[in-house]
Design a protein around this ligand. Structure first.
Ligand code: SF4
Length: 458
């Protein structure tokens, strides 16, 4: 896997979805509104065995914009005056949801994403956790995770988060090289990052994830190797090594990066450096940019085929109903998706009218459900067992997916996938190209490819 040929990297470096949902968000419908969301919640309570809950809170504020950023973010500078007002809206939305969701359904997962959740001061984060614990029933072994930015996170933040039951941290690093950091407007010293991880471990956080990005301006294989060495000296439990998604037609601020970006070949070399250094240092490649220590839950779930993918990436909590809270947040409930208003004024207006702030959504058809499971199996387990799909959905696999199988032929010839009567299995090399292997099963891609929507796969 570590010697991925450049020719293949180049050939399969095409625009495609990341499949945190199927169908991907651009195919969702604008005529799905608040009444549809209420109905969906009622249906989920009435299910024969209501699913446990997963909650996602979007805390969108950051003081400074990183020039690679692709998140839905509100940049405020040092002025935090919107902080309290936003929390009031969130508390309103928490109360709205708690009135409708059956409280006997346990919360098994909670995630704060952003923006920068630790932009909020510790006292406010404390009150937010109290509101959630007061509104819902948390399972004793619930997984509570938070994205933190070491530049603005203090020990007091970590203490308050631990008190609120948080046991997982995810932190952005991206790159430790000073020139890269300056160019992307994110100066984050190694020592401060290392000290924060040490503080988190001493406070009892069970798992620390770090995010890196390859393909940033001025990055070289050598500079990234130095970053990797520093990361290895900190030794996080999990790593996400993302390809820089350059989408200036959606994120105009990214244009400043253009003159200094590495060439495609340099970017591939950086990727190969990361892949070989991390796997040689004992991390398992999970797929889709993620690495984990072999004893980490994520690695175990991949081996046991219990891994799942949702809007935060890979998760070990399959089978939950995910409810999103906050502007732009996304939920995935049974066979439907739902998204809140994407900008702050629209979210505020909706919540001030009493909520919810639903902007769009999607109910999956029988064909969507089938394809979702096929794509998930490929992305999470690297294999589709045809008989399992046939038994679950009552369809003949080879006939149903004749088109997809024909499109996969080229991938098979390139050594990315093995196809037999029984299964479709990504090879060790093919696990680098899981997005490409999933795309033939996507019934929406042809319509979506008419205008630029997705980043490149590498
Ligand atoms: S800290 Fe994260 S969310 Fe905020 S601007 Fe930087 S990349 Fe975007």
């Amino acid at each position: 896997m570590n010697d991925v040929p450049y020719e293949l990297l180049h050939k399969y470096n095409v625009a495609g979805p990341r499949y945190t949902s199927y169908p991907p968000a651009p195919s969702w419908r604008d005529d799905f509104g608040p009444p549809d969301y209420e109905k969906l919640i009622a249906e989920s309570n009435a299910a024969e065995a209501p699913a446990p809950l997963s909650l996602y809170l979007h805390l969108p504020f950051c003081e400074k914009l990183c020039f690679f950023c692709g998140c839905t973010v509100v940049i405020t500078g040092k002025n935090h005056r919107t902080e309290e007002g936003y929390l009031a809206l969130l508390r309103k939305e928490i109360a709205w949801l708690a009135e409708r969701v059956d409280r006997s359904r346990p919360v098994v997962q909670l995630h704060y994403g952003g923006g920068t959740p630790t932009y909020f001061d510790p006292e406010r984060l404390d009150r937010l956790a109290e509101a959630l614990h007061g509104a819902f029933t948390f399972a004793p072994d619930a997984e509570l995770g938070v994205e933190i930015d070491p530049r603005v996170t203090t020990r007091a933040h970590l203490e308050v988060l631990r008190k609120g039951g948080f046991n997982r941290l995810s932190m952005g690093v991206q790159d430790f090289d000073p020139k890269v950091q300056e160019t992307v407007n994110r100066v984050q010293p190694y020592e401060a990052t290392r000290d924060l991880v040490e503080a988190a471990r001493s406070l009892g956080f069970q798992s620390v994830n770090m995010d890196l990005i390859f393909g940033l301006p001025f990055q070289t294989p050598e500079s990234f190797r130095r970053t990797i060495d520093k990361i290895l000296s900190i030794g996080p439990d999990r790593l996400a090594v993302y390809s820089y998604a350059h989408v200036p037609w959606m994120k105009k601020h990214q244009r400043v990066n253009e003159p200094k970006l590495p060439t495609e070949r340099e970017k591939f070399e950086i990727f190969r450096t990361a892949l070989s250094r991390f796997t040689e240092s004992g991390y398992e490649y999970i797929g889709m940019d993620h690495f984990a220590r072999p004893d980490d839950e994520l690695a175990r779930a991949r081996r046991n085929r219990t891994l799942w993918r949702n809007f935060q990436g890979y998760t070990t909590k399959a089978g939950t109903d995910l409810f999103g809270l906050g502007m732009s947040s996304i939920g995935g409930i049974a066979d439907a998706y739902v998204q809140n208003q994407r900008d702050l004024p629209a979210y505020r207006a909706a919540m001030e009218r009493g909520g919810p702030a639903t902007m769009r959504g999607f109910r999956l058809s029988a064909d969507d459900r089938l394809r979702r499971v096929v794509i998930q199996n490929l992305l999470c387990h690297g294999v589709i067992v045809k008989t399992e799909i046939e038994e679950q959905f009552g369809v003949p696999f080879d006939e149903t997916f004749g088109d997809a199988l024909a499109k996969l032929e080229e991938c098979r010839e390139d050594g990315l996938v093995e196809i037999s009567d029984r299964e479709i299995r990504a090879t060790s090399l093919g696990r680098i190209f899981l997005r490409n292997l999933a795309m033939p099963f996507d019934a929406y891609l042809a319509a979506a490819s008419e205008k630029p929507m997705f980043s490149r796969t590498l």
